[in-house]
Design a protein around this ligand. Structure first.
Ligand SMILES: Cc1cc2nc3c(=O)[nH]c(=O)nc-3n(C[C@H](O)[C@H](O)[C@H](O)COP(=O)(O)O)c2cc1C
Length: 273
């Protein structure tokens, strides 16, 4: 089974040619690792001429990010090409993200034949507030490969049946964690309604070596040439924070503590096909 991956700047994989197999919006690289592991699993199976396309997106606020939709806007399939849908999330919940991705790919003529949700390190994870730190780990990637292998088998048997990705349910979190986190979100929203405040990554000019990695990594084009951040473009993905070799950038998300405190129980990959 031939595979071609087109890697573009800003750590997004974007389709410009129909032979590309991975279509991935992955600001901090977790989704990219998972998509590549799935592709490795697929590669081991000879599915004949059926070459699926793997779509991978992160979960933002329980949804597929709007910027991913914009990046993928020119992607279309004329022949109901099989699609493997992947949502990666920071161990809280993936909620509507797979349903969003399902609707998105169907709208562009693809046929979703499998869907999976995998945990990756949360964009807001820090040393002080670890959230799914170090994931995807070896076990996650092994599971992703196994998922790819199962998709390959399905296609090799000529089974092109669609899945309803919205039917894949979240692994439940402890009830008291969900209650505490929901209370925090309510309070946060009330505070934002009365005193709106946009949080974006901070920048320590003393530590910065001027390498420009953050400008290159930002999928939103929000880091200016002078390294300041355009608040109106920043999506808080933390690509600039994670890529900075000098640790000159940090993001003090008000969500980091409640996420670290309430979603430390390890969740497992799950999929349907
Ligand atoms: C703005 C924003 C919102 C997020 N919302 C969620 C969420 O609703 N549930 C969750 O579990 N993780 C959430 N995350 C964490 C990301 O889904 C997670 O870090 C993901 O693995 C990032 O993918 P990437 O490494 O491919 O960029 C959010 C991250 C950001 C930046």
């Amino acid at each position: 089974m031939p595979f071609y991956v087109l890697i573009l700047p800003s750590r997004c994989f974007t389709y410009t040619e129909m032979e590309s197999e991975i279509l991935c919006f992955s600001p901090t690289g977790g989704g990219k690792k998972v998509a590549e592991a799935i592709r490795r699993g697929l590669e081991n199976i000879d599915g004949g001429n059926v070459v699926p396309c793997i779509f991978a997106v992160p979960v933002y606020g329980g949804h597929m990010p709007e910027l991913a939709k914009k990046r993928f806007k020119d992607v279309n399939s004329r022949d109901k090409r099989p699609a493997v849908l992947v949502a990666v999330y920071g161990n809280r919940a993936f909620e509507n993200a797979l349903a969003d991705l399902d609707a998105f790919v169907r709208g562009r003529g693809f046929n979703p034949v499998a869907a999976g949700a995998f945990v990756c390190e949360h964009s807001y994870s820090t040393k002080e507030t670890p959230i799914a730190s170090g994931r995807p780990d070896a076990d996650d990637l092994k599971a992703a490969e196994e998922f790819g292998r199962q998709v390959g088998m399905k296609l090799a048997f000529g089974d092109l049946s669609s899945v309803d990705a919205a039917g894949l349910e979240d692994e439940p979190s402890p009830e008291d964690s969900v209650r505490r986190f929901s209370a925090f979100v309510r309070e946060y929203r009330e505070m934002q309604a009365s005193r709106p405040q946009k949080y974006v990554p901070e920048y320590d000019v003393e530590l910065c070596s001027g390498c420009g990695a953050c400008i290159e990594a930002c999928p939103a084009g929000a880091v200016r040439d002078d390294f300041s951040i355009d608040d109106s473009l920043c999506i808080d993905c933390c690509a600039c924070v994670k890529i900075c070799p000098a640790e000159a950038r940090s993001f003090k998300s008000p969500f980091a503590v409640p996420l670290a405190e309430n979603f430390s129980v390890r969740k497992s990959p799950r999929w349907i096909l």
